[in-house]
Design a protein around this ligand. Sequence first.
Ligand code: ADP
Ligand code: ZN
Length: 525
Amino acid sequence: VSAASVRAEDSKRRVLKDVFGFDDFRPGQDAVTEALLAGRHVLAVMPTGAGKSLCYQVPALVLGGLTIVVSPLVALMQDQVAALRLAGVAADTINSSLDRDANVAAWRRVAAGQTRLLYLAPERLMTTRMLEALARLDIRLIAVDEAHCISQWGPAFRREYEELSRLRGIFPDVPIIALTATADETTRTDIAAQLFAGCVETLVLGFDRPNIKLGIEAKQDGKRQLLSFVQRHAGRSGIVYCLSRKKTEEMAGFLDRNGVRALAYHAGMSKDAREANQNAFMTLSGVVMVATIAFGMGIDKPDVAYVFHTDLPGSLEAYYQEIGRAGRDGRAAEAHMLFGLGDIRMRRLFIDDEDAPAEHKRRAHGRLDTLIGYCETAQCRRQILLGYFGETAMPCGNCDNCLDQTPQADGEAEARIVFAAIAQTGERFGAAHIVDVLLGHETEKVLARNHHRLASFGTGVAHKKDVWLSLVRQLVAGGFLTLDSGGHGGLAIAEKGRELARGDVSFRYRVEVRSRASRGKTRPA
Ligand code: ADP
Ligand code: ZN
């Protein structure tokens, strides 16, 4: 440890305490500030609220000179500058909402070396005039906030951000920090490539919410499953997410008839009705909000005891955002999801129906596969979730898989039975029909297609229907079977399934169907 690094360590702690009034860095802030002070580029990925601003504000003050902060929205810049000035820091912004005099005055302070942090929108920074003027000043650090705006694949692409890729060439000796809350691997790689030509230290931190218990249950009778979950948390506030507007009203009505104080919320309701329900949820205790994803942005209610998904969310990132509304008070909270094959079909349809380029659809299907993998895993869910955000973790002891040691078994024989039935019926029928064939059910559809004469008919009587349905889901999740994207749920054997049939790869499956019966063994939350 060099004398210089000890001094840097000392002064950043002093800045943290004296300027911002905090005793300790949060996880992540320490590593990020250290790398910047050592002159390295950093891509910092942290969730909203984790404390990204301090990651560059502290080094800016330790380094002295001028730090440039690029931010996409005028309102964000104004807020940050106001907060810094309150803390006694010389911060300025030059932007389109200020009058000419104010901008001129700000520039005079910057040029005189009085300003420590200068906030600019990308289009203003990247003008030749501004860049030439800045080149004459003592620039020590550049921070690019909301850095995912540079990625075409990200959710918030901004053309003005593309220009920022020239920064590293224009200021070759200045460390650059890019900040984002987006975890998508493609977006991250894109940020690293565009801003840093791939040469950057990526630090991902602070995504864990250990007090939220994670659980997923096979969807059977969704209404009943929801009611029994809500009743286990009687008197607590909760959020129930549904895929459609109609379903929120149905589910809220159903809960209400069963003695639960439940309200609906979706974008199709009148503004007054929405506000009234939101107010009731925020101010009363024990109200259950049954909503589409229109509900939640900016909702900060600390004592939400659970988030229940009646349907598969849009992506693992959306899921993370949505469950993050539970347990903000740090008390034990729960995230519970119902999951069935119909959900996968629905989500595939959504993606295919979208009016988007093929490449976007391919990526969307990939993101969906990641989410399905999370649903079907027998591993610790938190490990998978945090792993997606780039963090490593030990088995958490607070998810259904950790708590409920569901036995696994070798499923090769079962898989072959399923494959045979799928092959013999022409690879176009859904799970329900395939299972009818396996169980030897002489349904109308089976008889009409002569499927009772197939060799596969009745070959699956050793297991119950639920076991077969779960097996099929696990085979789909494992990539052994594919679901047609035409919306009919037709099952076909994937290349990986053929490998399994040949004995080239193995397949283990969860024996027990996760249901109310198996929940008794879990620790109460
Ligand atoms: P982000 O930009 O990641 O959403 P912010 O930078 O706005 O988050 O910080 C979120 C909140 O956390 C702010 O109120 C900030 O003051 C607080 N905070 C940040 N770092 C620390 C710390 N080391 N100790 C205590 N509070 C902190
Ligand atoms: Zn776990």
